[in-house]
Design a protein around this ligand. Structure first.
Ligand code: CAA
Length: 283
C-alpha cells in the first residue's frame, strides 16, 4: 500500500519533529493536538528548525516552502482520519494513547495504518484495543527527530507483512534507517538506554559523582555526545520514569527499579529542559 498522507497526533517535541521530516519528504501532513497553542508553537518551531537546515545548505528555500505548505493543523482529532498512515505521538501514558485510538476509530478509512511512537508500551496491547491489530505497529522516532538517523519499527503479534512493508517504505523515503524490534518492554533502544540513565541517577543519588563529573565522565570517557543526565533532561525526566516503570512492571526484575531520586524530581515537576529545571537549571 502506497502512503501519501500522514496524520500526526500530538504536537509536542516528538510530534513536531515527525511532522517536520514527513513534510520535507513530500507527505501531506495533518498534525492534531488538543491545544491550539501547542499547534501554533509546533509550526513556529518547525519553521525555525527547517530554516536552520536551509542556513546550513541541507534544504533549499523551495523545499522549505513546499514542506511548510504541506503541514495542516487542527484541534479536531477526526480530521486526521482520512490519512493513509497515522502516527500517534502523545504523552507516554497508556490510557492516553488508548483513548486517542478509541476516539480515532470511527473516523478512519478501512485501509488506514495506525502506529504509535511509543518508546516502551506494548504494541500488541495497544493494537488489541483497535479494530485492526493487523494494521497496527510501533513507529518509534528518536529525539531530535530531524537529526537522528534511526527509527525503530515494532511489529505487534498480529501485524501483517503489508503493514510492515508500508511503514518500512516510509522510513526509507524519510532517508532514515529502520531497526526492527520485537514487542517487548521498551524495545531495543530504551531497553538499553534507560537503565544506563537510571544508573547515572543512582550514581548521583549515592554520591559517587556530582552532575558535572558524571556527565563529563561519560562524554569524554565513552564518546557519548551528551552525558546521561543531560540526555535525561533533554528527553524529559517524566518520560524516563515512565519507561523505567514499563521495564520494571513488564520484566519484573529489580534491576529496572527506578531510582528514588528520579521519582522525586518528577514529583517536584523538575522534568528537564521542558520545565527549565531538571538535573541542570535552564532558567
Ligand atoms: N531540527 C533540525 N536540525 C537540528 C535540530 C532540530 N531540532 N537540532 C539540532 N539540529 C542540527 C543542527 O542544525 C546541526 O546540524 P549540522 O550537523 O548540519 O551542523 C546538528 O543537528 C548538530 O546540532 P548542534 O550543533 O546544535 O548541537 P550538537 O552538535 O551539540 O548536537 C545533538 C546536538 C544532535 C542533540 C547531539 O547532542 C546528540 O546527538 N545528542 C544525543 C541525542 C540522543 O541520544 N537522542 C536519542 C534520545 S533517546 C530517544 O529519543 C528515544 C526515546 O524514546 C526516549
Amino acid at each position: 500500500m502506497e502512503i501519501s498522507s500522514i496524520g500526526v497526533v500530538g504536537a509536542g517535541q516528538m510530534g513536531n519533529g515527525i511532522a517536520h521530516v514527513c513534510a520535507l519528504a513530500g507527505y501531506d501532513v495533518v498534525m492534531t493536538d488538543i491545544s491550539a497553542d501547542a499547534l501554533s508553537n509546533a509550526v513556529s518551531l518547525i519553521e525555525r528548525n527547517i530554516a536552520r537546515q536551509v542556513g546550513r545548505g541541507k534544504v533549499t528555500e523551495a523545499e522549505m516552502a513546499g514542506a511548510m505548505a504541506r503541514i495542516r493543523t487542527t484541534t479536531t482529532l477526526a480530521e486526521v482520519g482520512q490519512s493513509d498512515l497515522i502516527i500517534e505521538a502523545a504523552t507516554e501514558r497508556e490510557t492516553v494513547k488508548q483513548a486517542i485510538f478509541e476516539d480515532l476509530l470511527p473516523h478512519i478509512k478501512p485501509t488506514t495504518i495506525l502506529t504509535s511512537n511509543t518508546s516502551s508500551i506494548s504494541i500488541t496491547r495497544l493494537a488489541s484495543r483497535t479494530d485492526r491489530p493487523e494494521k497496527f505497529m510501533g513507529f518509534h522516532f528518536m529525539n531530535p527527530v530531524p537529526v537522528m538517523q534511526l527509527v525503530e519499527l515494532i511489529r505487534g503479534i498480529a501485524t501483517d507483512e503489508e503493514t510492515f512493508a508500508a511503514c518500512k517504505a516510509v522510513v526509507d523515503r524519510l532517508g532514515k534507517t529502520a531497526a526492527t524490534a520485537e514487542d517487548f518492554p521498551a524495545f531495543i533502544v530504551n531497553r538499553i538506554l534507560m537503565p544506563m540513565i537510571n544508573e547515572a541517577v543512582y550514581t548521583l543519588y549515592e554520591g559517587v559523582g556530582n552532575v558535572t563529573s558524571i556527565d563529563m565522565a561519560m562524554k569524554l570517557g565513552t564518546n557519548h555526545p551528551m552525558g546521561p543526565l543531560e540526555l535525561a533532561d533533554f528527553i524529559g525526566l517524566d518520560t524516563c520514569l515512565a519507561i523505567m516503570n514499563v521495564l520494571h512492571d513488564g520484566l519484573a526484575d529489580t534491576k529496572y527499579r527506578p531510582c528514588p531520586l528520579l521519582t522525586k524530581y518528577v514529583e517536584a515537576g523538575w522534568l528537564g529542559r521542558k520545565t527549565q529545571r531538571g538535573f541542570y537549571d535552564y532558567r
